[in-house]
Ligand binder design. Structure first.
Ligand code: AMP
Length: 143
């Protein structure tokens, strides 16, 4: 089956263009990381390449090396910022897998022994909590 085309008006494309707000924790020439507004745990961060693709399946493989190096950087930072025991890294492709936003992104979620993840796309977090958590991650990224 042919997959749908990339929609330039998807919500992450709008965030990348600065048309809607986000709590950014990292940005370079090719990648942005910002807080997930419906976190599955405190510090849930999304790492997003600036290059347009729906997901991993249609992405240019030349972006993966740098993207994964930023995922590692952010994973180390969230682990440190929240004193986590581990970090879950997840990525979904097409609706059957659970993908809901059709611009490639990688979930980076600090994990704590014995504490399960909250549901995927559950409750909206308060903006002030997202801002506070983003600041912790920015600080950890700088140290
Ligand atoms: P996926 O199901 O992998 O496509 O994940 C999409 C993620 O984007 C979900 O975890 C949502 O909570 C998150 N999300 C949706 N809208 C926004 C937004 N405006 N800013 C940040 N995260 C968002």
């Amino acid at each position: 089956m042919t997959e749908a085309a990339y929609d330039t008006d998807n919500i992450f494309a709008k965030i990348l263009r600065g048309e809607i707000p986000s709590q950014r924790v990292y940005e370079d020439e090719a990648v942005v990381a910002f807080m997930d507004v419906m976190p599955q745990g405190p510090g849930h961060t999304l790492v997003v390449p600036k290059a347009s693709s729906r997901n991993l399946l249609d992405a240019d493989p030349s972006i993966f090396g740098h993207l994964l190096s930023v995922v590692q950087k952010v994973a180390l930072a969230v682990k440190k910022a929240f004193g986590a025991d581990g970090v879950t890294v997840m990525q979904f492709n097409e609706p059957a897998s659970g993908q809901t936003v059709y611009h490639l992104h990688v979930h980076v979620i600090p994990r704590f022994e014995g504490i399960p993840l909250k549901p995927h796309t559950g409750q909206m977090e308060k903006p002030e909590v997202l801002a506070e958590n983003a600041e912790k991650i920015r600080t950890a990224l700088q140290s």
